[in-house]
Design a protein around this ligand. Sequence first.
Ligand code: DQA
Length: 143
Amino acid sequence: MKRILILNGPNLNLLGQREPEIYGKTGFEPYLQQLRADFGSKADIEYFQSNHEGALIDKLHETGFEYDGIVLNAGAYTHTSIALADAIKAIRTPVIEVHISNVHAREEFRRHSYLSPVCKGVICGFGLASYQLAIIALLETRE
Ligand code: DQA
């Protein structure tokens, strides 16, 4: 059983209510239950959300030497945070950057990510299924 952390950043606690035309009508908790059921005994999926940059960094430090993979949606910190990029660089666990929306089809400022260069890969634009695809990438792919 692989230990996987899903780490959600700012404003993602409002999923289901927040700009539903972009982020969908489903809250994260019901989706997470579904994911846990889908992956069953293959993955132990831990979940943490914070609106605070430092709390996200603390969680990366806490899990980043023990877990098998981290699926990170850093929300808008993706486009601003050198500190999060440094934290990802500092840990050993591979991190996959995910976005619900296709950030390349939106405002120009969303096209730049400080995190992409230090992540194992990036998945965006598949709605909540971006998380599922990231877990599949962590569990099923061969080097
Ligand atoms: C997001 C995209 C970011 O640009 C935005 O700031 C978010 C959500 C996404 O999942 O599509 O908060 O990371």
